[in-house]
Design a protein around this ligand. Sequence first.
Ligand code: G4P
Length: 297
Amino acid sequence: MSIQWFPGHMAKARRQVEEKLKLVDIVFELLDARLPLSSRNPMIDDLVKHKPRLLLLTKCDLADERGNKAWLDFFHSQGMSALPVDAKTGKGVGQIQPASEKLLQPLFATREKKGIRSRQVRAMVLGIPNVGKSSLINRLAKRTAAVTGDRPGVTKAQQWIRIGKTMELLDTPGILWPKFDDSEVGLRLAASGAIKEEILPLEEVALYAVNYLSDRYPQFLAERYKLKDLSLSGVGLLTEIGKKRGCLQKGGEINFEKVAEILLNDLRSGRIGKVTMEMPGDWHSDGGVEADGQNDS
Ligand code: G4P
């Protein structure tokens, strides 16, 4: 799904999320495991406030193991609960229920003090477009019983999916916009496929990706495209990939648009290898990204 985020759309999305938040006890915040902070909505803390929140690092199957571990350590060190999940195969999805119950202990304690024994809880999925919200909801829905029906007293009919004995999940996710204020974040989002090419030129995104790969995962470029000289500039590497893949136009010049398509498809599908597109050390403590994308940790 491609959404152009204008101020009006952001305000509407925020209102819709606020309405859904009123209905739930816990939020599953989805972040792309390959670029967790870049795929995080900038308003999220303000929106969710003190509601229990479980971070789910989606597409963990596409990210590298070392990256997944570094990000889990990072979020845990910030006092946040986080789990890696792969909605395509369902790996990690079974951990969601027990992790949620742990997070909801304070709520259960408060209820008990009020004489309420119920452990029934409601949850919702929240995240930017393409992060895997529908895939996760579908997987949870398939694993468990069907949708449980409308709830009275809610202006627009909300459907709930029963998960296990005690949890109900809102069947539509909250959709929020990604950060666009930082050009490096935009390039990472585009490289991952989270935002569509119309926003950033394909060749610019491919140049960013090839530079990142030659810095962090040079062996992947060498293996996938049989490149020998990885000391070349980004444009030089794209040129070599173009030659290897026969991306030539009339006159024998390289068709960079075609090269960009090949590289980005290989990266997004994981065919090039498991790539984490940012590490915790790429971020300043003020939340900004290192200008050169180098990992100084
Ligand atoms: P959204 O609701 O947040 O917008 O995202 P959605 O579930 O539609 O997922 C976006 C794309 O990401 C889909 O691919 C989906 O299959 C893929 N995806 C979601 N979760 C995972 C995951 O954990 N691992 C992997 N590898 N991929 C995941 P698509 O190309 O748009 O469609 P298709 O491949 O399913 O045909």
